[in-house]
Design a protein around this ligand. Structure first.
Ligand code: 3SL
Length: 231
C-alpha cells in the first residue's frame, strides 16, 4: 500500500528519499498560507527563492518582491509575508517573487521530489482530494523554524495524515504523533497554538489576525504545485 510520512523539520530531510515521492511543503505561519491565498485570489505566478539576493534580482526584472526575515518585511522589498498583502488588489494578475525565513527554503530543499505541492489549512480539503487518487508515496515536509520543530506545521501534517488515512499507510511514528496532536487540537486550534513559539513571535509583531486567518480549514480549493521555478 502507498504510504504517507512526515518530516518534522528540514534538518531531518536527509533521512528521506524524495525520489518518485510527492512532497507537500507546509509553513502554516505564514509562507504556504500566503501562497495559497495569493493564488486563490488572482496572483498570476509565485516564484519561491531562498535568498534576499535572488528575490532582489527578480524584483529588478519586473516581479513584485515579497521578503520576510524573522517575521518582518525585509527592507527594500514590495511586500512582507501576510496573507492579507497577497489578497490586495495591487497583487492581482501579478508575478510575485518571494523569500521567507523557512518556507521558501523548505521548498527549495525538496527539488528532487517527483512533485512538490503547497499545503495549508486553507486548502486542506482540496489537497487531500487531489492526493487521494495518487499512486506515489507522500512526504509532508514541515518548514519549522530555523531547523527546529514547530507546532503549527505538525498540526497540518497531522490533519493531512488523518484525511488520507484510509488510502495511505503511515510510514512511521511521525504521522501517528502528528495525527494525535491534530485530533486533540482541532476543535480549538487557536487556544492550542497560543503558547507556540511562532504564534508568540507573531503576536509580538501585532499580527494575531494573520494567525486567525491561517488556521481556517478549506476555504480555498487551489492546489499549488511547483512547475519549473514557479507555482
Ligand atoms: O519562515 C517563514 O517562512 C515565514 O512564514 C515566517 S513568518 O510567519 O513570516 O514570520
Amino acid at each position: 500500500m502507498k504510504n504517507i510520512d512526515v518530516c518534522l523539520t528540514p534538518e531531518l530531510l536527509h533521512q528521506y528519499d524524495l525520489e518518485n515521492k510527492i512532497v507537500v511543503v507546509v509553513d502554516i505561519l505564514r509562507a504556504t498560507s500566503c501562497m495559497v491565498s495569493g493564488l486563490a485570489n488572482g496572483v498570476k505566478e509565485i516564484v519561491p527563492v531562498s535568498t534576499l539576493e535572488e528575490c532582489k534580482e527578480l524584483q529588478n526584472s519586473g516581479y513584485l518582491a515579497a521578503a520576510e526575515r524573522n517575521g518582518s518585511k525585509a527592507e527594500g522589498f514590495d511586500m512582507g509575508n501576510s496573507p492579507f498583502e497577497y489578497m490586495d488588489e495591487k497583487v492581482k494578475g501579478q508575478k510575485v517573487a518571494v523569500t521567507t525565513t523557512n518556507g521558501t527554503l523548505a521548498i527549495n530543499k525538496s527539488l528532487s521530489a517527483k512533485e512538490i505541492l503547497i499545503g495549508a489549512f486553507l486548502n486542506l480539503k482540496a489537497i487531500s482530494e487531489y492526493l487521494k487518487n495518487k499512486e506515489e508515496d507522500i512526504i509532508v515536509l514541515c518548514a519549522g523554524w530555523k531547523g527546529k520543530f514547530n507546532l503549527e506545521d505538525t498540526l497540518f501534517a497531522g490533519s493531512l495524515s488523518h484525511q488520507l488515512k484510509g488510502d495511505f499507510e503511515f510510514a512511521c511514528d511521525a504521522p501517528l504523533a502528528a495525527e494525535a496532536m491534530y485530533l486533540t487540537a482541532k476543535n480549538d486550534m487557536m487556544s492550542y497554538m497560543k503558547d507556540s513559539s511562532h504564534a508568540k513571535r507573531l503576536a509580538k509583531l501585532n499580527v494575531v489576525k494573520d494567525i486567525e486567518f491561517c488556521i481556517q480549514e478549506s476555504i480555498y480549493d487551489v492546489v499549488p504545485y511547483l512547475s519549473g521555478k514557479s507555482l
